[in-house]
Design a protein around this ligand. Structure first.
Ligand code: CS2
Ligand code: MN
Length: 356
């Protein structure tokens, strides 16, 4: 297992790599070319520049999050094969540059969805929150405007303004795509990219849907144990694996995360560890990483990862905004660094207990 930190790249992430390297136990960053649109070609010199920036700060690039998948691929539009070719070229180049893990998602239109980006908590911090009733009552465009004004001026991952400007058109594209169709489109994409993954040993790690149920009438296909196993079986290659994001799967209290982890031996290629606090059905907010602060048992989750011999990159996920930091919602330095310190303690204790 490798402790890592998500970093959006020079010029996009206000957190300097020099600060990230000071987080105890953090060996690498999970990064991306943040300005790339899904379907665009990635350039080798830019990947090399990222690697150099990281190496100059004593860090490695432990994986890419994300190489985003275009709507043409997700909705099986006429130009999907062209976009798949581009995706394969990008993977080929990343593989030749030593990248061995690529995270992506297959959510139509929106990546993760929240109804609030800065809900105040009683401890004076703020967190991202979700309330299904509020989502049901609003138009996606209104939500976009709200998110925009609460994002502290940062572009949010998965919410590229260029795509969001075409939101009505995007909804149209998915008009005839139900969950069966979406899964077929995912399997088509995975079958096409497996050869380049086999060539370089690249592990593809799909990020679960967040929240783990359909939103705005759009289908969702990575929501729990059953759906994950379906997609792993649909393309049964060890490089077709998952990002075990506890916060996303954990948005649904019916998901038993340690049990899901134990069922996925060999297919968890990346882990996002964070906590959520369930309020009532369809209502949750994010929390500090500590078990006690939310609804998830982080100790059992860490143990399950150890039990299946997980040895890939792991990172803290969204944190609270604390100590007056003005950062990208969910992606401040301070609470994610506290998250790492806590996770380090959990894993050290589990390892030592195991040796007794
Ligand atoms: C999110 C996502 O929960 C998360 O990690 O911030 O934006 C995630 O990075 C993407 O869904 C992965 O493609
Ligand atoms: Mn995540």
């Amino acid at each position: 297992m490798k402790m890592t930190f998500r970093w959006f790249g020079t010029g996009h992430d206000p957190i300097p790599l020099a600060h990230i390297r000071q987080i105890p136990g953090c060996v690498g960053v999970i990064t991306t070319l943040y300005d790339k649109q899904p379907g665009e070609t990635w350039e080798r010199d830019r990947i090399r520049a990222l690697k150099k920036d990281a190496a100059d700060n004593g860090l490695e690039i432990s994986g890419i999050e994300s190489v985003n998948v275009s709507d043409a691929i997700k909705a099986a539009l006429s130009d999907r094969d062209r976009d798949i070719e581009t995706y394969i070229k990008t993977l080929d180049m990343l593989g030749s540059e030593g990248i061995r893990m690529v995270c992506y998602n297959f959510m139509p239109v929106f990546d993760w969805t929240r109804s609030e980006l800065a809900r105040p908590r009683s401890d004076g911090s703020s967190v991202l929150a979700y309330d299904q009733e509020r989502i049901d009552g609003i138009d996606p465009e209104t939500m976009l405007a709200d998110m925009d004004s609460a994002s502290n001026g940062f572009m949010l991952p998965g919410w590229e303004p260029e795509r969001m400007a075409r939101i009505k058109e995007l909804f149209q594209l998915y008009r005839d795509v139900d969950s069966e169709r979406l899964l077929e489109n995912l399997a088509y994409f995975l079958r096409a990219i497996m050869p380049v993954c086999d060539k370089w040993g690249i592990d593809m790690a799909i990020h679960p849907d967040d929240p783990a149920w359909p939103v705005f009438g759009l289908p969702r296909i990575v929501t729990g144990k059953e759906s994950i196993h379906r997609l792993l079986k649909a393309v049964d290659n060890p490089h077709n694996g998952v990002t075990l994001c506890t916060g996303s799967l954990g948005s649904n209290p019916a998901n038993d995360i340690p049990d899901i982890i134990r069922s996925l031996k060999g297919r968890v290629h990346f882990a996002h560890l964070r906590n959520v606090k369930h309020r009532s059905p369809g209502k949750f907010e994010e929390a500090a990483h500590l078990s006690e602060d939310g609804s998830l048992d982080m100790y059992e989750i860490a143990r399950a990862l150890r039990d299946i011999g997980f040895d890939g990159p792991l990172r803290p996920d969204h944190g609270r905004m604390i100590w007056g930091e003005k950062g990208m919602p969910g992606y401040g330095l301070y609470d994610r660094a506290l998250g790492i310190a806590y996770l380090n303690g959990l894993f050290e204790a589990i390892d030592r207990e195991g040796r007794r």
